[in-house]
Design a protein around this ligand. Structure first.
Ligand code: NAP
Length: 337
């Protein structure tokens, strides 16, 4: 296959970014069809490609179009399951933005359907795994010279969130990245999680608990402490430090020039996730294109999506209970090892 012909389902913010990437920027793919429940959004998506792009208003149509080799799902999370299940049924590879689905039960249905089909088809958009810095941390950890990881400390700060952002979204929208990324970095599963609320900032809208501290315990005994603070008022600030037996690995924010002016030394700070992770989206989708053309899925799997959903459920329960909640994902099926 010279060119992977892709159908994109959901032409909102990230959908349109991915259409541009797949059609114009990356190697070996083009977008041949789009679908959105909102006709104007679908048209806007198609306009990025050109007049020969087909426009669908239903999932069955785009998934079963014989011209479409693979699907990219960029609808809101609650609308991921239906197109993913349709793609599995049609035997077509599907890349879905995170989360895989919004409940652990729905994620499990996807996992079961994929296993029943006997072929890995699903990849989840956990793009931190494609970030250059995180990949270097992974290489150092896997290299073994730092010894056993003991604990990790992470921060996930944003400038502000809009009024539709609710307390549970600190887990399901924000911490979901660390849930997957730290599971991948440490190569371990979570057994217990807890949320401790910080003192509320006056910058949060009414009813939103912000900041929140999240604690993860893993099977091998590692502890991860994550600060989620989405009304920091100063920047998009992602940090990760892994404390190991033989040293410490620290991943700071990417470097900007430091300037000396007005009796001060200062460095700009990232303002949003688009800039911070723009390169990782390119790497993520280029690898997905290359793997898909070879008939392989090597990125975050449906099982990883299921692990994230089960862990998120535990954290959301702890937001109310305040205590450590057990997380039980069970053994990784042979199919996903
Ligand atoms: P968005 O701007 O709301 O776009 C979603 C689009 O899908 C909208 O055009 C929406 O139409 C459409 N849609 C809704 N239900 C649909 C359905 N059943 N079938 C087809 N289309 C449907 O959302 P977004 O910010 O692009 O986010 C999309 C997904 O990407 C989310 O899962 C989000 O978590 C994920 N995301 C991931 C990252 C990352 O860092 N990896 C970053 C941003 C977003 P209406 O407007 O009419 O509802």
């Amino acid at each position: 296959m010279d060119v992977l012909k892709v159908g994109v389902i959901g032409c909102g913010a990230i959908g349109r970014e991915h259409i541009k990437r797949l059609h114009n920027k990356l190697q070996g793919s083009r977008v041949v069809a789009v679908m959105d429940v909102f006709p104007e959004s679908a048209q806007r998506g198609a306009d990025l490609v050109g007049s020969d792009c087909k426009i669908y208003d239903n999932i069955e149509g785009i998934v079963n179009d014989s011209d479409v080799d693979a699907l990219v799902v960029t609808t809101p999370g609650f609308a991921h399951k239906e197109p993913i299940m349709a793609a599995i049924k049609a035997g077509k590879p599907v890349f879905s933005e995170k989360p895989l689905a919004t409940t652990a039960a729905d994620c499990k249905e996807i996992v079961d359907a994929e296993m029943a089909g006997g072929k890995k088809l699903v990849q989840v958009g956990f793009m931190r795994r494609y970030d250059k810095g995180y990949r270097q941390v992974k290489e150092l950890l896997d290299g073994g010279t730092f010894g056993k990881p003991l604990l990790a400390k992470c921060t996930h700060r944003a400038i502000s969130v809009d009024p539709s952002y609710t307390t549970d979204m600190a887990v399901t929208d924000t911490a979901i990245h660390e849930i997957d990324c730290m599971h991948w970095l440490l190569d371990d599963d979570w057994t217990q999680v807890q949320v401790i609320m910080g003192a509320d900032t006056k910058h949060a809208h009414e009813g939103l608990k912000d900041p929140q501290i999240m604690i993860f315990k893993s099977k091998k005994g590692y502890t991860v402490i994550l600060e989620v603070y989405v009304n920091s008022n100063f920047g998009y600030d992602i940090n990760c430090e892994v404390v190991c037996e033989e040293g410490v690995i620290n991943l700071p924010a990417p470097a900007y020039p430091t300037v000396r002016k007005n009796q001060m030394i200062s460095t700009p700070i990232e303002q949003d996730w688009i800039n911070r992770f723009i390169d990782s989206y390119d790497v993520e989708l280029q690898e997905w294109i290359d793997d898909t053309k070879k008939g392989e899925v090597n990125g975050p799997s449906a099982w990883d999506g299921y692990i994230a959903a089960v862990t998120a459920d535990g954290l959301v329960a702890s937001q109310t209970s305040g205590v450590m909640e057990d997380v039980s994902v069970g053994e990784t099926p042979e199919f996903y090892r």
